[in-house]
Design a protein around this ligand. Sequence first.
Ligand SMILES: [Zn+2]
Ligand SMILES: [Zn+2]
Length: 690
Amino acid sequence: MCFMAPTYQLSSVDGPCDQWATAVTTPRPAGQRGSRSGVPPLLPGNHQRADRQRCARNDSDQLTTTSSASNLLQPATGKMGLKTTIIGTVLATLAANPATAAQPRAARPIPAPMRDLVWGKLNFLHTTDTHGWHAGHLQESQYSADWGDYVSFAEHMRQKADDLGVDLLLVDTGDRVEGNGLYDASSPKGKYYYDIYKEQDVDVICTGNHELYIASTADREYERTVENFRGRYVASNLDYVKGDGERVEMAQRYRRFRTKNQGVEVVAMGFLFDFGGNANNTVVKRVGDVVREEWFQRLVREQEKPDLWLVIGHVGVQMEEFKTVFGEIRRWNGDAPILFFGGHVHVRDATSYDERSFAMASGRYFETIGWMSVDGAIKKAEEDPKGERGLSFHRRYIDNNLLGLYHHSGLNASTFHTEHGKNVTSMIAKARKELELDYTFGCAPQDYWMTRSPYPGPDSIYTLLEEEVIPDIAVNPKRKDVPRLVIANTGAIRFDIFKGAFTRDSTYITSPFLSVLNYISDVPYHAAKKVIKLLNNAGKIMADAHMDNEFMAIPEQLSTRESIIYDTPANPFSEDGIQKPMGQHGHEEPFLVEGYTTRDDIGDDGDDALHSRINFYVVPNCIQSELSFPEEGEPETVDLVFFNFIQPWVLMALKFSGAVYTDKDVSLYVEGTFTELFAGWIEDNWPAKC
Ligand SMILES: [Zn+2]
Ligand SMILES: [Zn+2]
């Protein structure tokens, strides 16, 4: 079997096309309007306000060096037949074995042509930015496995590693909370999540920004997850401030251990990007400062060097923070392998910083389980048969699809599910039931997309908000006749709406934040009308005032800054530009579900399942509705209404427009969180039954 080591083409990352789901676009029905009859409570006592700032800089500077790992691979341990990275024409098809487990109402998985996993001496499974989606994607067949299925999968893969005499480690890089009813719908939040999550045997784990926005979330992270993973939780640049004011390390700064089968000595660290929006019971140290701290310098300069450095972090793999850590380790560790697992940017991505390093990020929302393998001369004194210190790296983005998990583990519906995995699936089902996550507010008449269809447009979720939802919910009875501009940031919406039942779960999936509508009354219109333009187009001006506009948009746009639109239906079967049919027998084209077709710095063969491509339309930072305007002419003054999250930007934009206001001029415009108001609107406007 011939093995082609990857050539690392450090081409520009024009943004992996990171979308999902089946495309069902039906014509938009005539706009339905109705009066609202009150706001249904999503959950009692759930009105805690969160002032949050989201995201961080993603420096997308491209690497400028090119490296190659050609000829570096030897046939590994001899026990393993390494497979080619070129796709096998295997359909993960189990028609005779209908998939079981996952959640009771989850969409049935659909088979897809698969690329196999490449095993090495050291192998990793990686999750990141799961944001509470541990029940899987109930409405999307290709991501509908749940955390219990992942538990079963990891157990089988560990067994396989033992059989091969190699090692498997599990990594998680944070943002495990906020974004799904399973976490957000309970009171307190995460009532069920912590116990479900800890059932997975994760070897190295760190914190994301979403664990830190709200003080009580950070408390629970420290008390529950850090405790559940003691010895494996690493916090290289994060401190926690206890109730009595004592400041301690969130968890140990690093972990030193030896792998079970290969005996590779590893030093693992865990970083969070330079995040400033945390509540005051944690302290995030800047990565650039931490690498100069005494403990870090001692570690990287130590005489007794480990075989391999494992840097995990809630950091995009193109971000400066990882490059800083890499540079400092490499400075003192000439040829040690350095591996990076990142997150936060919500994309599938991989790169290498030099020929003995490799970095990957594994998407978001438990759509993806990342796979990385390293082979060759990993240990300090090791040489390959040619007397060289060759290394090879592979990455695969595994869809969280039961059929794919069966395929990669070589099992089927009757042999795959372990007792442990099934128990976790039951825990999730029970929690969902107790939280009534399947309670239906209404039936979505069509799909509404964040970025898969253009804004403005009939299929855009933002057009739905701007033209139908906001005009109905942004109403203050005392000021309903006052002309007003209502501004919403697009980042407040976190997921698409699918045609069909819009449930309690959907409300948190679409809008997990506790945003409310604030306003400033009687703002001169000549100033107010400039605000939206400044928020959307004056990034430079605002950035100079230390207000980075991109933080108002969706995190996916931190790495995908331009629309990706395919002229013709894409041919996903093409490798090297040559069209090859991928049917099971070489002459039939399989049906492909739309989904990830990732292109990263390593190439375009990362996804385990072949999907057809999906367009990505960049959306503005903010949208605006003009309401109660006079039939003719312009109003002299307006009420300026906006999501509280963007208040600092709105005040700054007003200042640039010549109208100076402060926080004292701002009040609440309408009672209830946006999430609650939106759910109420759906109950009033969409049919009750599907
Ligand atoms: Zn995230
Ligand atoms: Zn994040």
